[in-house]
Design a protein around this ligand. Structure first.
Ligand code: ADP
Length: 237
């Protein structure tokens, strides 16, 4: 469970998050908002990548300010650009690196790596150079490399931004099937329509928090768009 208490953050004196308090217990939570509204900053506070200037973030009762290591073990984080996350030469090595300091036996590490390679359709690419994978496969690899560590919670910061439609569908289907609690920051409004809860962020504040349909309607209205069309009024075909 994630709890935020009066989270406030600024960059160079410019406020980015303003007094956000939330208790996130639902299985699948979506976060939507315009570019620059503070979503990435908010996402990064959830696993301690950013410690807010003031306020507290708790992960299963652990303060991200004090218990960074345990928090990172519990909260997996997937970035929008998989290149940020892929650091090892081959696919299997990139998955294995996350377990390096886990204290697991060699046999258990091999078992887990093999299982995620299989699960995410990467088994045939085991020893391939990671940088030669397609965009969708790279994002799957980034996801697999996080999930192999078996986090309780997964935070994804716009993981489909760089992908074509087919790969968007692949990643979304994968996320949908995860047993973990998921907090998905996304621009794809259709994706969150069957989520348990959707937050709308605007200028560093949560301006709507509730069911997906009214959340998306609130967001499209905020953007000056016609609800449900994703297009500006007067420009629908
Ligand atoms: P979003 O994910 O909604 O696009 P961000 O959290 O990335 O929003 O950014 C919110 C605001 O903070 C933007 O104006 C952005 O330019 C600024 N910002 C983000 N990261 C930094 C940083 N490391 N240093 C300075 N300003 C930043």
């Amino acid at each position: 469970m994630l709890t935020l208490e009066h989270v406030t953050h600024a960059y160079d004196g410019c406020p980015v998050l303003s007094d956000i308090s939330l208790r996130l217990t639902e299985h699948r939570i979506g976060v939507i908002g315009a570019n620059g509204s503070g979503k990435s900053t908010l996402a990064r506070t959830l696993n301690g990548l950013i410690v807010p200037d003031s306020g507290r973030v708790w992960v299963d009762g652990l303060d991200t300010r004090r218990r960074a290591r345990e928090v990172r073990q519990r909260v997996g984080f997937v970035f929008s650009d998989p290149a940020t996350q892929i650091i090892m030469p081959t696919v299997a090595e990139d998955i294995e690196i996350g377990l390096r300091d886990s204290g697991l036996s060699r046999a258990e590490i091999t078992r887990r790596v093999d299982a995620v390679l299989e699960r995410y359709d990467l088994a045939g690419h085991r020893d391939h150079p990671a940088h030669l994978l397609s965009g969708g496969q790279k994002q799957l690899l980034a996801l697999a490399a996080v999930l192999v560590t078996e986090p309780d919670i997964l935070v994804c910061d716009e993981p489909t931004t760089l992908l074509d439609l087919r790969n968007v569908a692949l990643i979304e289907r994968t996320l949908r099937e995860l047993p973990q609690q998921l907090v998905l920051f996304t621009h794809h409004l259709e994706t969150v329509m069957d989520f348990d809860r959707v937050l709308v962020v605007d200028e560093g504040r949560v301006v709507f928090d509730g069911e997906p349909e009214p959340a998306v309607a609130h967001y499209t209205e905020l953007m000056g768009l016609a609800p449900g069309t994703g297009a500006a009024p007067g420009r629908t075909p």
